[in-house]
Unconditional design. Structure first.
Ligand code: HEM
Length: 152
């Protein structure tokens, strides 16, 4: 058992480094293919390699494994890093949908999925910086978005 597993069981339960890698792959596969998450897909670069690497590093530490994203204990400053992207309810829910489907496909224990989903929901909610549920209004002109086709 690794040091990380003793500190926090989530990393080990998810399958360690390989499990986190698979989760990130599946997460971005959902983002890249599901039409209902097109709004957040369009916030990302065409090539998702960098985004995958960053999310993998972040989740590794967040789940209790090696702190690859902030190796010197710095705060991750996710709020600041997401500030250029208008994140409202729709965007948050699209992100969470990708994660929920990725965890289900990875066949994580249902109780672990529930527990992680609650934490992801809290974190994603804390990143909300925009009250509109569609992409009609932009905070940042550099962010190019298509019209959100699934207005509720
Ligand atoms: C709430 C909806 C969210 C949206 C729409 C969103 C969108 C994005 C976008 C567009 C990027 C830029 C990707 C890149 O640099 O290539 C990004 C970066 C990132 N996101 Fe999110 N994100 C969301 C939630 C989250 C959550 C909940 C987490 C953590 C569990 C997360 C972790 C990260 C990380 C670690 C980065 C890399 C930041 C950097 O170092 O530049 N995001 N996100």
């Amino acid at each position: 058992m690794t040091q990380a597993a003793i500190k926090n069981p989530h990393y080990e339960k998810i399958g360690g480094e390989e499990g986190v890698r698979q989760l990130v792959e599946l997460f971005y596969e959902k983002m890249d293919t599901l039409p209902e998450v097109r709004t957040i897909r369009n916030m990302h670069a065409q090539d998702l390699t960098g985004a995958k690497r960053k999310l993998f590093r972040f989740l590794s530490g967040w789940l209790g494994g090696p702190a690859l994203y902030t190796p010197h204990g710095q705060p991750p400053r996710l709020g600041q890093k997401h500030a250029p992207f208008p994140i409202g309810h729709a965007e948050r829910d699209q992100w969470l949908l990708c994660m929920q489907l990725a965890m289900a496909e990875l066949q994580l224990e249902p109780s672990l999925q529930q527990e992680l989903m609650a934490s992801f929901t809290r974190l994603a909610t804390s990143l909300m910086n925009h009250q509109h549920t569609h992409a009609g209004k932009r905070l940042n002109e550099q962010v190019v978005l298509l019209e959100y086709p699934f207005k509720s």
